[in-house]
Write a protein that binds this ligand. Structure first.
Ligand code: ATP
Length: 437
């Protein structure tokens, strides 16, 4: 199912089950901003943890960073954002419409809102969000909310080298908020004005740059596959020469087949030595690498895998959505990879009036909670409880029944197969640990 209808279903499920809500909804919402609810915040945190584990924790050649959102305005002059980070903007000339549109997104010369065909001249619109620091309201107080996390890494290049004595090749990873005053936010959380990025700057020898670029493309593609995205819904798209920034030696996007078409989740670029040279020039500081053996000084080349956490999370949501016919009913089930599932285990007492049974179920939950995010639920019939957990993608449900009091066993129901297995309370943790690994 890859129809626009699927997107509506995912959006509705996100609201119904507490994944994603419109920002400040009680005031009518804010275009281009969304809030992650109880389930969504767990899912997004799991996506970030999986990324950090793959690109920092499990590698010897990577370190982390957490730079501030506010940076010296000169940063954006050096990076080119002040002069060039703009989209071409036009207004629809139909006075009843006046839609503000991105010139490059207008198809067949027709306004998507009113179908009008007359537009104003296009003009450049800078996407950086401007703000003011301190009490003075003059131009010296102007500051920007960062439009990408990458520059926080470049400006800290020497700090990381000096404090960690890293040798090439090595990379710096960072997760954080970025802001862009997008002209046309939309497609749910795909294009928003506030979003989180997961970015890496990988510094390497110029002659190794192309090989590193290819290694990172493969590694980042594999990451999405390892977390359960169906291979037929992922593709790599290499940019043509005409799409590349003047300094870039290559760029490849990881794209996902959303209901609204193939769209970028992440870009992997070979940025040559452009960024460090720019910051060296604008800051007047030496941002050069000195080889500890040969003492040779040079600017490393940089490979940049730059992904969107919200876009990745949206792809995991869309890919997980399944509808299955079970007897006369339609079962909606989110088939998240276990490591991404917001709740790993749900525990239900079959008879909530039986105090011993409730006590046993609660004890099991207390014990499992030490290891995983678990929920205890006794607010409905078992069918309804399963349905609820299926919709948030909980891999395992544990039911405690009267028999459990005698044989010290519980029923474990697996989300995808709906298979039920009796497992002893004593072995429950080991059983789940194996399955959730
Ligand atoms: P697009 O062409 O879709 O605007 P981009 O090429 O400008 O994206 P980059 O500047 O390469 O994007 O940013 C890196 C990543 O950050 C993107 O692959 C995407 O996942 C994420 N990203 C960028 N802009 C947004 C946005 N407005 N909303 C959500 N995520 C975004």
């Amino acid at each position: 199912m890859k129809t626009p209808e699927l997107m509506d279903k995912v959006v509705a499920l996100c609201k119904r089950r507490g994944f994603i809500f419109p920002s400040s909804e009680i005031y009518g919402g804010l275009n281009g901003a969304w809030d992650y609810g109880p389930m969504g915040s767990e899912l997004k945190r799991n996506v970030k943890n999986a990324w950090w584990k793959a690109v920092v924790q499990s590698r010897d050649d990577m370190v982390g960073l957490d730079a501030s959102i506010l940076m010296h305005p000169k940063t954006w002059e050096a990076s080119g954002h002040t002069a060039n980070f703009a989209d071409m903007l036009v207004d629809c000339k139909n006075p009843k419409c006046s839609a503000r549109l991105r010139a490059d997104k207008i198809e067949n010369g027709t306004c998507p809102s009113c179908k009008g065909t007359s537009f104003t001249e296009s003009r450049a619109f800078n996407l950086m969000l401007k703000t003011q620091l301190g009490a003075m309201e003059d131009s010296s107080a102007v500051c920007f909310l960062r439009p990408e996390t990458a520059q926080g890494i470049f400006v800290n290049f020497m700090n990381v080298i000096d404090s960690t004595h890293r040798k090439l090749p090595f990379g710096i990873a960072q997760i954080g908020k970025s802001f862009r005053n997008e002209i046309t936010p939309g497609n749910f959380t795909f294009r928003t004005r506030e979003f989180e990025q997961m970015e890496i700057e990988y510094f390497t020898l110029p002659e190794r740059a192309d090989a590193c670029y290819r290694e990172w493309i493969a590694a980042r593609h594999q990451w999405y596959l390892d977390l359960g995205i169906r291979p037929e819904n992922l593709q790599l798209r290499e940019h043509g020469k005409d799409e590349l920034a003047h300094y870039a030696a290559g760029c490849t996007d990881v794209e996902y087949l959303f209901p609204f078409g193939w769209s970028e989740l992440e870009g992997i670029a070979n940025r040559t030595d452009y960024d460090l040279k720019q910051h060296a020039q604008f800051s007047g500081k030496k941002l050069i690498y000195k080889d500890p053996v040969t003492n040779q000084e040079f600017y490393p080349y940089v490979i940049e895998p730059s992904g969107g956490c919200d876009r990745g999370t949206l792809a995991f949501l869309v890919d997980a959505y399944h509808e299955e016919q079970v007897n006369d009913d339609t079962r909606v089930v989110m088939k998240f990879h276990p490591s991404l599932a917001p709740v790993k285990v749900a525990i239900f007492p079959l008879l909530k009036k039986n105090a011993d049974l409730v006590a046993l179920a609660k004890n099991i939950k207390t014990d499992l909670k030490k290891e995983w995010n678990c929920v205890y639920d006794d607010t409905g019939a078992i069918g309804k409880l399963y349905r609820r957990q299926d919709e948030i993608g909980t891999p395992f449900c544990v039911t405690v029944d009267v028999q459990s009091l005698e044989d010290k066993q519980v029923t474990v129901r697996e989300r995808d197969t709906m298979q039920q297995t009796r497992v002893s309370v004593e072995n429950l943790k080991i059983y789940l640990r194996e399955k959730l690994a």
